[in-house]
Ligand binder design. Structure first.
Ligand code: IVH
Length: 694
């Protein structure tokens, strides 16, 4: 047993850690439910032993910390959080507090969904959107106006889209939840996966990442949206919250139509019940509902505690968890040959209705790799717990061991051979996945490579999407990407195929008519102009994602130099480590791969960078590495980069102990300065840099 002091210490550290991970890294290490339980425990302990409460207690502030890359701005009114509950009883207690607080006056509630994104505050002056800020720590947040402006459903100016001809209130703040619709999230993850870049665990993390991008054009591409739910005018305008929602709607704001006026707590409970499954039909993740006292005067009467309003509370749904039966395990082979085990699930009664979770039928869950099966100690026919939370993809969280006594279960025998092509699988030391090594004969790998080749960040042949590749494979017209350049009008015209959607059973006919064929050929023709870095990415060398390909292309400038480089030479390239270098060496050691490159070259695909090579000025910076931060008076960042290289210096992309010089310009980035100071990296000014050049 811990003493109260020890437990308070422990909980404070733990919760601060989770908060930091959540707000700084967008990673949820534990479920909301577990987090709230620990927070409640700490709150309770602090209530009993106020003298033991630490200054940095997570209960004393409303949220996380601030990111440094954006301008920090103070909120005019702090952005508070809401009290959380998971139980009906807590809600009844809340209702009781409201009743007492209002001394017998009549009151009503508005219920809304609790949207799972990031909270935003938007300021309008004279009807114009002036500023968009994140919640930050509740007192001050990041100024992300440029990114907020990319939200299509957010009026940039009130009045221009108004249905009311009366001039609306023009100076106000409006708060809401920025989010990434599930459809955009899935599209983004698919793109990231194809580009060999890390994917997001859920739409909330994806939204948080997108709102904090430095490049707002990229934010715009990610299709962000925002539901507004809180109107803060300079002076009170509306009598009720519901009136403000109606007004916001009429001024062109995106107000989710899911809100409802509720006469009493019973109606609130009915609303909670109604939306428990219905919420899954919404375009975004929701994790509960928010209950607000409708009258603004009454809201003011009830007021706030230090952390949250007394007139509102959040009710959270527990991530739905149900037992199911593991019927079988199948194995998917991906582009790189990695094998992923997939669990096939059913409900306990196996009555044909399937396992219903959070409003959808769950048929499968990913098991990731062999280790996961071992970790869970899974057997076929086991009763397993399946959870579907904000993560979209359901997961198996454990097994019901008790059930083993009454059920016949079977060990899962992990395959030794590829389920697609029969080749013996390999598992490299230190890697979790088994791989099928038959890169050139295993059909999902061939298809995956082809899809990778035509990817937007590779050869960008978008005329070949949606089943067209499939058809070309089936007709034996393509085997590897180089075959694309042998396609002709005659070969393509008139091809057709009926495809059946596995999930829905619906069939669709695709056929190549004149226009389609012309488009495909045009797309392939244009791909001959794709820059070398994209070609290099498209070739699909293991571990060579879009960013690495760009670095390699800039360094070696053409394929021959890259192919001639040995392991040591490759390790010299900024940011290329041993794992990548090894993979590249192995790739080009293979005669078939070299033949493939030659075919692409013969087809007219670019095998060298176009931009002008660096003309050497001196070797005064030789052997020294540089990084810069801020802007410079005498040259653009690009010129600076060129001059570093033209004088034999090496430009690196991050502060590390190995960095020799950090060139500090106007408005430098605080995080780079901090890190450089901590690591004792030498900092120089623009003038000092120019002097070094001689
Ligand atoms: S009202 C003063 N309404 O939940 C209360 N918040 O812990 C203002 N949230 O950070 C918040 N959906 O980002 C409100 N319909 C809704 C909401 C909502 C999601 C978030 C909000 C806030 C957190 C409260």
């Amino acid at each position: 047993m811990h003493s109260p002091a020890e437990r308070i210490d422990q909980l404070t550290d733990l919760l601060n850690h989770y908060n930091y991970r959540y707000y700084q890294d967008s990673v949820s290490e534990i479920s909301d439910f577990e987090f709230d339980k620990l927070l409640a425990e700490l709150t309770e302990l602090e209530r009993h032993y106020p003298e033991l409460m630490r200054e940095d207690s997570p209960t004393a502030r409303v949220g996380g910390t601030i990111t440094k890359n954006f301008k920090t701005v103070f909120h005019r009114f702090p952005m508070l959080s809401l009290g959380n509950t998971y139980s009906e009883q807590d809600l009844r207690d809340f209702d009781e507090r409201v009743r007492k607080g209002l001394n017998g006056e009549a009151y009503e509630y508005v219920c809304e969904l609790k949207f799972d994104g990031i909270s935003l505050s938007m300021t309008y002056e004279n009807g114009v959107l002036k500023q968009g800020v994140t919640r930050g720590d509740g007192t001050r947040g990041d100024d992300i106006t440029a990114n907020v402006r990319t939200i299509k459903s957010l009026p940039l100016k009130i009045g221009s889209r108004t249905q009311n001809s009366d001039s609306p209130i023009t100076n106000f703040e409006v708060r809401g939840e920025g989010f990434m619709p599930i459809s955009s999230f899935e599209k983004l993850n698919k793109e990231l996966e194809e580009a060999d870049e890390p994917t997001y665990a859920n739409p909330r993390n994806a939204a948080s990442g997108a709102f904090k991008l430095q490049d707002s054009a990229e934010s715009a591409r990610r299709g962000l949206d925002c539901y507004v739910y809180y109107f803060l005018p300079d002076e009170a305008v509306f009598e009720t919250h519901s009136d403000s929602l109606l007004a916001l709607k009429s001024w062109g704001f995106n107000v989710s139509p899911s809100w409802k006026k509720c006469a009493d707590i019973e109606e609130v409970l009915a609303y909670i019940h109604e939306w428990e499954t219905k919420r899954h039909s919404l375009p975004l993740a929701t994790d509960g509902i928010v209950i607000k006292v409708n009258s603004i005067v009454q809201q003011q009467e009830l007021g706030f505690t230090a952390k949250s309003p007394r007139w509102a509370i959040a009710f959270k749904y527990k991530a739905e968890n149900k037992p199911g039966v593991l019927r079988s395990v199948s194995y998917q082979v991906g582009r790189t040959g990695a094998l992923t085990p997939v669990a096939h699930l059913d409900n306990i009664n196996e009555d044909g209705k399937g396992l219903q979770l959070s409003g959808t039928r769950v048929k499968r869950a990913s098991l990731h790799n062999a280790n996961e099966i071992e970790r869970l100690d899974l057997r076929i026919n086991d009763v397993v717990f399946v959870e579907k939370g904000g993560e979209i993809i359901p997961k198996i969280t454990g097994i019901d061991v008790e059930q083993r006594h009454s059920r016949l279960t079977f060990a899962i025998t992990y395959p030794t051979h590829c389920p697609e092509c029969g080749t013996e699988l390999v598992r490299k030391e230190g890697e979790a996945n088994h791989y099928c090594p038959n890169e050139r004969g295993c059909s999902p790998q061939l298809r995956g490579k082809m899809e990778h080749f035509i990817h937007r960040k590779a050869m960008n042949i978008d005329s070949l999407g949606e089943g067209k590749i499939e058809l070309l494979f089936d007709k034996g017209l393509i085997q590897n990407p180089a075959d694309l350049y042998d396609l002709t009008y005659e070969k393509l015209f008139g091809l057709e195929k009926v495809i059946t959607d596995e999930e829905t059973g619906k069939t669709k006919k695709i056929g190549f008519k004149e226009k389609t064929v012309e488009n495909i050929l045009k797309g392939i023709e244009q791909s001959r102009n794709a820059p070398f870095k994209q070609v290099l990415f498209g070739i699909g060398v293991r571990f060579v994602g879009a960013t690495v390909a760009e670095k390699l292309a800039a360094y070696f400038r053409n394929i021959d130099a890259l192919m001639a480089a040995d392991f040591e030479a490759l390790c010299q390239v900024p940011e290329i480590g041993g794992k990548i270098a090894q993979s590249i060496v192995e790739y080009f050691a293979d005669a078939d791969n070299r033949a493939y490159i030659e075919r692409l070259r013969a087809a007219g695909v670019k095998m060298e960078t176009d931009d002008a090579p660096v003309v050497m000025e001196s070797n005064s910076l030789e052997g020294k590495s540089f990084l810069y931060t801020g802007t410079f008076a005498s040259m653009s960042r690009e010129e600076l980069e060129n001059r570093i290289e033209a004088n034999g210096g090496k430009l690196v992309s991050g502060v590390s102990a190995k960095l020799n010089f950090l060139i500090v310009g106007e408005k430098p980035g605080a995080s780079k300065l901090d890190k450089a100071a901590k690591l004792n990296v030498k900092m120089i000014s623009e003038e000092e840099f120019l002097e070094m050049l001689g």
